[in-house]
Design a protein around this ligand. Structure first.
Ligand code: FEO
Ligand code: CA
Ligand code: CA
Ligand code: CA
Length: 502
């Protein structure tokens, strides 16, 4: 509909060159507005926007492309949100700040008559979900001994990427939860799940344990040919697996949010890349693999145990360890599935790659697949360490990169300079070619690209600019350069300037 012509991506923007500038650099004729930054008041109650912006989802209000709810994940703290941490140990005050600032924000955003995107702090929907919010559990791990019998848990944090459901709620993924849970004295088994939030209903929050507990990066939801719901998920850890969950029941559009119950009952599968098979991660399969191991038999007695200790169970079930699977997206054109394997220095995969899965019969419910390396990071492609993905309606992949700030502008990463946002066509003559659309401020990672339905606005998070700052009086980045202050703030921006294509 809008965006970029499939065969001539570069015809609609002039790709930029890599840069080390402490700025968000965009192609000419594009602009950005900072919609919300760390510490900004988001509602009448005085709640403030959290730290470490990651995933974004824009949910239109009354079908509007210029007013809606923006859900943003808050992944982790920086020196700007909790101050310097001495000896690697947070003080109690810092732990409380961290629990407050992580989680999610629901904010209301709109484009004013001058074309500037702003936050509406009078919103009745705007709220924080954080390390103190009570959230109900669903599925096989609810109430089991490994979770200390919990039916409800306290808080969500380390919220990385996520996804929108077919029924207009948002799934948020708990990724590297260990350090916060340990520092706060919270049970580790209460975190590492997928959280469902209804931005329009503050009472509706669930942790769906049927989707497994691991270092969840994302969710990508689609439908099997027979109408069951399929959710693809990455486990962002070195040598970890790619998963998909298939619901038992079928999606029924007329039921709206009640379809959420589909995420409570189904089968979790893990990819075996050698056989091209999705292997069930079930107590039946795990039990077969541990027949000779009394110790593991103690650990894995029920499906609740399997989902709780999912990384170990997945390997027992035949999952293939991979190079840090981050975001996954389903192509809206052909149901192929794109996975960012960001990098893995255990195997010398320094620049990472994007894998494309072809499900048998193009059916997301298939249990067999084939795959290819769709694009490899490195000098030739022009990107390194791919992370979040988004599709536009022309089938172009929008890919952000996450070269760690300790590697940026050094050694084999030198030529890539600051992290960026790239556009890669998935078909046509430019298939697999990466064109740079944006470059982020110093030491940041760009995260959470998300288009409005008309593709006239792209929301994007600027995560951890200046994260290597040691001295608050001498920050390594000062973006977004708020008047009168000398600090960096993570923020969500709205990018506009997209032209209609014919
Ligand atoms: Fe939070 Fe795997 O990135
Ligand atoms: Ca990520
Ligand atoms: Ca995505
Ligand atoms: Ca990453």
């Amino acid at each position: 509909l809008f965006g970029f012509n499939t065969n001539r991506v570069s015809g609609y923007f002039d790709p930029i060159e890599p840069t080390k500038e402490d700025a968000l650099v965009l192609p000419k004729n594009f602009k950005y507005d900072v919609v919300a930054a760390f510490g900004d008041v988001i509602n009448k109650k005085g709640d403030t926007f959290g730290s470490g912006c990651d995933y974004n989802a824009f949910l239109p209000i009354d079908g509007s492309n210029v007013r809606g709810l923006l859900v943003n994940n808050h992944e982790y703290s920086t020196i700007f949100s909790i101050g310097p941490v001495t000896d690697g140990k947070m003080t109690n005050e810092q732990i409380q700040k961290e629990l407050y600032n992580l989680g999610m924000s629901v904010i209301e955003v709109y484009r004013d008559e001058n074309g500037t995107w702003k936050m509406d702090t009078n919103s009745k929907y705007a709220r924080r979900i954080n390390g103190f919010t009570k959230i109900d559990l669903t599925g096989p791990a609810k109430g089991i001994p490994a979770l200390e019998g919990a039916q409800t848990v306290t808080g969500t944090f380390a919220n990385c990427s996520g996804g929108v459901t077919l029924w207009n709620t948002v799934l948020s993924c708990e990724e590297n939860f260990e350090s916060t849970a340990e520092a706060a004295g919270l049970p580790l088994t209460h975190y590492g799940w997928v959280v469902e939030v209804d931005p329009f209903d503050s009472k509706y929050m669930k942790k769906h344990t049927a989707l497994g507990r691991f270092n969840h990066e994302n969710t990508a939801m689609g439908l099997a040919s027979d109408g069951r719901v399929v959710v693809y998920m990455g486990d962002d850890k070195k040598d970890a697996c790619v998963y998909k969950f298939i619901s038992k029941g079928k999606y029924d559009k007329s039921k709206g949010r009640a379809n959420s119950a589909l995420l409570e009952d189904g089968t979790l599968y893990v990819a075996n890349l050698k056989s091209g098979k999705w292997m069930p991660v079930t107590i039946e399969e795990v039990s077969k693999a541990i027949q000779e191991d009394p110790e593991l038999q103690q650990k894995f007695k029920t499906q609740g145990d399997v989902v709780t200790y999912c990384q170990e169970a997945a390997l027992l079930a035949g999952g293939t360890p991979t190079d840090r699977p981050e975001d996954i997206e389903i192509s809206p054109f052909d149901n192929t599935v794109f996975i960012c394997h960001t990098n893995n220095d255990n195997h010398g995969n320094i620049h990472g790659h994007i894998t494309r899965i072809f499900e048998a019969g193009n059916d997301l419910g298939a249990l067999e697949f084939d795959f290819e390396i769709f694009a490899a990071g490195g000098r030739q492609s022009g990107f390194s360490s791919p992370d979040n993905l988004a599709f536009d309606s022309n089938g172009h992949l929008w890919v952000v990169t996450d070269i760690s700030s300790s590697s940026q502008n050094k050694g084999v990463h030198k030529s890539f300079m600051n992290n960026g946002l790239f556009v890669i066509p998935t078909s046509g003559p430019d298939k697999g070619k990466a064109l740079q659309f944006a470059s982020g401020p110093v030491e940041c990672e760009l995260t959470g690209p998300f288009f409005t339905p008309d593709e006239q606005t792209l929301f994007l998070s600027i995560q951890h600019p200046g994260e290597n700052t040691k001295d608050l009086n001498n920050p390594t980045s000062t973006w977004p350069n708020r008047p009168g202050e000398k600090m960096a703030r993570c923020a969500v921006v709205a990018i506009s300037g997209f032209k209609l294509s014919n």
